[in-house]
Structure formats: C-alpha cells, structure tokens
Ligand binder design. Structure first.
Ligand code: ADP
Ligand code: MG
Length: 148
C-alpha cells in the first residue's frame, strides 16, 4: 500500500501519534520502527504502550532485547534488535513465542531480517526534520483503513 507522511514537529505530536496508533493495534501486528539513533523510536514505542494502557516504566530493551507487556490486551512485545549481529539470532531469542497472540513493536527491524513483507506490518521510518521529526508510514495490506 502507498506510504503516507506524518509531521511530528515536537514531542507532544510524537506522543499523540503513539496514542492514535495504540487505538488501532491488533494481535499479530508488527510496528517496525526504523531511523537513526535518537530519532524517537523508543519514545514512540513508549507512547504506544502508554496508549495501550501500560502504566509505569518502559525500559529501553537495548540490553534485554525484548520486553514483554503481558497484561495488555493485546499483549505487546517491545524489541530492540540493534545489538543483533545476525537476523538468525532473533529466532534464537524465541521471537516467535513472544509474538504469539501479541503485537510486536520492533526497533532496528532490519537487523532482525525486516518485517515489511508481512501484511500485518506497519513500517514507520522516523527522520529528523528541523527541530522535530517526520515519519514515513508504510502499511501492509492488513492495515487498510487503520493507518492513523
Ligand atoms: P531512539 O530510540 O530512536 O534512539 P529515543 O526515543 O530514545 O530515540 O530518543 C529520542 C529523543 O528525541 C528523545 O530525547 C525525545 O524526547 C526526542 N523526541 C522524540 N520525538 C520528538 C519529536 N517529534 N520532536 C522533537 N523531539 C523528539
Ligand atoms: Mg531506542
């Protein structure tokens, strides 16, 4: 499906975008967040988790690689694949088990082999834009009519 652009001029816009995304997620979805260090991937992941009802800390999974939020409906797995040397390591982490019945929010998705080929993937590429950010959103076919 065609990509759309979202202007996110400040942190409040980023958080509002996350809240709108949270209202749309379904089990089986992948929110693939790409962009350079400091782009706002973890910030957006936190906003989605908070919008989905999570209260409390959202530690960056830079070292744990995957943080699971089982109490949410649907459950959400938040992964950061930055430290993977090889996409095969994603399987060794048990990624498929984490994803069962859950939404996956993935930072550095390309290091896990990428998810954009999955119909339920919403690929969001965040870049710096003046003092804010810009997101290019590429929906898989399962996102028809759901792109916030
Ligand atoms: P990443 O996970 O991509 O490395 P982080 O989310 O950890 O990036 O950090 C992004 C930084 O940019 C944070 O300091 C956050 O407050 C800031 N930020 C996030 N979104 C925006 C935005 N739309 N405009 C300006 N600053 C933002
Ligand atoms: Mg991050």
């Amino acid at each position: 499906m065609a990509a759309v652009t979202r202007d996110l001029p400040d942190l409040a816009a980023m958080e509002a975008f996350g809240a709108r995304l949270a209202a749309k997620i379904r089990a089986g979805d992948v929110i693939a967040l790409s962009g350079p260090l400091g782009a706002g991937k973890t910030t957006l992941a936190r906003a989605i988790l908070q919008g989905a009802g999570h209260r409390g800390e959202v530690p960056s999974p830079t070292f744990t690689l995957i943080e699971m939020y089982d109490a949410l409906d649907p459950p959400v797995a938040h992964a950061d694949f930055y430290r993977l040397d090889n996409p095969a390591e994603a399987e060794e982490l048990g990624l498929d088990d984490y994803r069962e019945g859950a939404v996956l929010i993935a930072e550095w998705p390309e290091r896990a082999g990428g998810f954009a080929h999955e119909p339920a993937c919403l690929a969001i590429d965040i870049s710096f834009d003046a003092t804010g950010r810009k997101a290019i959103v590429e929906p898989g076919t399962d996102w028809l009519g759901r792109v916030p």
